[in-house]
Design a protein around this ligand. Structure first.
Ligand SMILES: [Zn+2]
Length: 436
């Protein structure tokens, strides 16, 4: 068994080096009021403020705008960010940024908003055909040629961790698939993490975000060790999704512990500020962890589950169009996936289960998948998450299409601790159809 002793044991021809890239972070109640001073310190004179329609009317955006104006900074507001962005919405945002002639960006919102600001900055600074920077094999996966303008990311949900990563995710409309752009250059310069923003979130948004955090941490912790990736010849070639490594382990452990302790409370009671604020910290920790290790199969399958949605409309989200929120599209797969991957790293799956609050006394390596899967299912039931992939509108006959939507996510599948072929995905989707 490879895992038990030393997960990072050197392998012939394997990588021996890992790197740690992190956004600068300012965290604490009320820190959005500092946005103007931070922008000024970054040399920004005119800034594009990215947000979405719903958030544009909130006090959080008002606080940021006032802080920027008070610091003497010109603000161009773009509030047309689409929740679950597409290539078209990324392009529209880039057109706005190009015309606004700004020298910096600030994003106030969830992952969709932060990711859209990353893409707008990329395509205005280094114009190219849209697919040039998109992950292979969907796009060309070419490296971003140089630095982007400063970007201050202000998350308002406690989930994505996007404020700490160099990843921007979107739906490619022509393929009906989610994919992304991944580059260190996309990582925001500064994350302003104000836990006051979590107090007013709808319960279902808190639940979906919390499961995104949980899965970021558990996927990152159980990812293939970085030592089993072929050694990179130059630092520039070393991917951000470098696999599990000692740095990422630290954030994963604490994020899982916090998610296990606070998730149910944070969803059940909006006035439980302690629980909601701790989840936001967990999200940041998981973000700086998986931003340096990468996630794997549950996120790969999630791209298909969200991309092929038919008529599922979740509570607490804008109801104009059917959607499966990101964290939900991930967690409906997760128990089934971990039941299948535990064989490759049983100790790590058991650690994860324990940190999430499972009673793993007496459990051996052969029980690891079941113990961690059962604990996640328990948390799903306690927070009103739908019952598996079937619970968001899919049936057995959809499995081939779901597999076709997952297979292009090679960046994620290759980061799994086991080899993943179509037949493995079939087994995992089957196991994810319903859990109770
Ligand atoms: Zn995620």
């Amino acid at each position: 068994m490879a895992c038990c002793h030393h997960y990072f044991e050197p392998v012939e021809g394997g990588e021996e080096v890992f790197s740690v890239d992190v956004s600068a972070i300012t965290c604490g109640r009320g820190c959005l009021k500092e946005a103007g001073e931070h922008a000024k310190a970054l040399g920004i004179g005119r800034i594009a403020l990215f947000t979405d329609r719903r958030l544009a009317a909130t006090e959080h955006v008002a606080t940021v705008r006032k802080a920027l104006t008070d610091a003497g900074i010109d603000v161009a507001v773009y509030d047309e960010v689409k929740v679950e962005p597409t290539d078209e919405s990324f392009k529209a945002a880039a057109r706005f940024a190009g015309e606004a002639k700004v020298d910096g960006y600030i994003s106030v919102g969830g992952g969709s908003v932060i990711d859209t600001a990353k893409a707008a900055s990329l395509y205005t600074t280094w114009p190219a055909d849209f697919l040039v920077y998109v992950n292979a094999p969907v796009g060309e996966g070419r490296p971003v040629p140089g630095p982007l303008k400063p970007h201050i990311a202000c998350p308002t949900t406690s989930g994505t961790g996007s404020e700490c990563t160099g990843i921007a995710v979107f739906d490619l409309l022509s393929m009906k698939a989610k994919t992304g752009i991944a580059s260190r250059r996309l990582r925001p310069t500064l994350a302003l993490i104000d836990p006051l923003t979590t107090h007013t979130l709808p319960a279902n948004v808190v639940a979906c975000s919390a499961f995104d955090v949980l899965s970021h941490a558990l996927e990152s912790y159980t990812a293939k060790p970085f030592t089993r990736r072929a050694a990179s010849r130059t630092p520039g070639e070393r991917p951000m999704s470098q696999g599990a490594n000692p740095w990422s382990d630290l954030g994963c452990r604490e994020a899982l512990r916090l998610a296990g302790e606070y998730m149910v409370r944070a969803v059940a009671d909006a006035s439980d500020h302690e629980a909601r604020e701790q989840l936001m910290w967990a999200s940041t920790l998981a973000g700086i962890a998986f931003g340096n290790s990468g996630v794997h199969i549950p996120h790969g399958m999630a791209y298909a589950v969200a991309g092929l949605v038919r008529d599922y409309r979740p509570a607490g989200y804008p109801d104009e169009e059917p959607m499966v929120p990101h964290g939900m599209s991930v967690i409906v797969n997760a128990p089934s996936v971990f039941r299948n991957t535990a064989i490759a790293a049983p100790d790590r799956h058991l650690d994860g289960a324990r940190w999430l609050g499972a009673d793993a006394r007496g459990a051996g390596p052969e029980d690891a998948g079941e113990v961690v899967g059962a604990r996640i299912v328990e948390l799903m039931k306690a927070t009103g998450i739908p019952n598996g992939v079937g619970g968001v509108g899919y049936g057995e006959t959809d499995i081939p299409a779901l597999i076709d939507g997952t297979l292009p996510q090679q960046r994620l599948l290759k980061n799994a601790p086991v080899e993943v072929e179509a037949e493995d995905l079939h087994r995992m989707f089957e196991g994810a159809m319903r859990y109770w």
